[in-house]
Design a protein around this ligand. Structure first.
Ligand code: ADP
Ligand code: ADP
Length: 239
């Protein structure tokens, strides 16, 4: 049974622009899918329609058998808890510690107030610390998030998404702001943890080489439509 099923998905922005123009896509549990395409192709719109950070105009999205488009408040909260998001610009709470940022993920919402560490269960803290150690942030755990480098911030973003124990990770250009060395560390962190925990992943990338290196399946998007969908090794240069 697929984890995610998208049918006839379209999105028109208030400006009149069609960000998505008829997307059909099915993702199986544990699948690692890279979404590629030029700037403005609709990659970010697609990912954000999955958890309704953006409201789709037409079409259906089904996540673990649940209708995302028509979900109510409670349903949407459950859906969002099952989808971990990773953003290009990290979206950390910069005045909070690295550990707190990861624990925020466990609560399934973005943004929280600083100084709440005492409110978390010891077992949750230990789990968050184990995640941070696993991605090489053992010396950053109690630092403020704004003291970190870009690559370190994004690894915190990865841990935050993982801490919520999602079935699906949505990563929107997670390495677009990073140098090659940090990009590799971040992609390794996403890929290894998804594989080990059987988490499916949809990751937007504009660099084809990273898509080929990490994803088993590539979805190419242009002008809001899918122009390629297949195994990474079948990707040709003209998309
Ligand atoms: P990508 O992530 O592939 O760069 P986007 O999903 O950001 O592409 O954008 C797809 C199309 O939708 C582009 O033409 C873009 O200009 C347009 N678009 C994106 N966000 C908005 C918005 N908030 N308002 C109007 N148009 C938008
Ligand atoms: P993006 O996907 O590019 O991060 P957003 O619209 O989510 O786009 O964020 C826009 C800007 O706001 C980014 O530069 C991001 O770093 C910043 N931002 C978002 N959330 C936070 C936050 N909680 N604390 C500080 N900055 C934030």
């Amino acid at each position: 049974k697929p984890i995610l099923e998208i049918k006839g998905l379209r999105k028109q922005y208030a400006t009149g622009t069609w960000g998505l123009n008829g997307i059909d896509l099915t993702v199986q549990p544990g699948e690692f899918v890279a979404v590629i395409g030029p700037s403005g192709a609709g990659k970010s719109t697609l990912l954000r329609c999955m958890n309704r950070l953006i409201e789709p105009t037409e079409g259906t999205v089904t996540f673990l058998g649940e209708d995302v488009v028509h979900a109510g408040k409670k349903g949407l909260r459950r859906i969002r808890a099952g989808m971990g998001m990773i953003f290009q610009h990290y979206n950390l709470v910069y005045r909070s510690s690295v550990l707190e940022n990861v624990l925020h993920g466990r609560l399934g919402y973005m943004g929280s107030v600083a100084g709440m560490l005492s409110r978390y269960r010891e077992a949750d803290k230990e789990e968050a610390i184990a995640l941070l150690k696993k991605v090489g942030l053992e010396n950053e755990i109690y630092k403020r998030a704004d003291e970190l480098s870009g690559g370190q911030k994004q690894r915190v973003g990865v841990c935050r998404a993982l801490a919520q124990k999602p079935s699906l990770i949505l990563a929107d250009e997670p390495i677009a702001s990073l140098d090659p060395k940090s990009s590799k560390t971040v992609m390794d962190a996403i890929h290894t943890n998804c594989r080990e925990q059987g988490i499916a992943c949809l990751v937007n990338l504009h660099q084809v080489d990273y898509a080929k290196a990490y994803a088993s399946r590539i979805v190419g998007i242009k002008a809001g439509r899918i122009v390629f969908d297949g195994p990474s090794e079948h990707l040709t240069n003209d998309i």
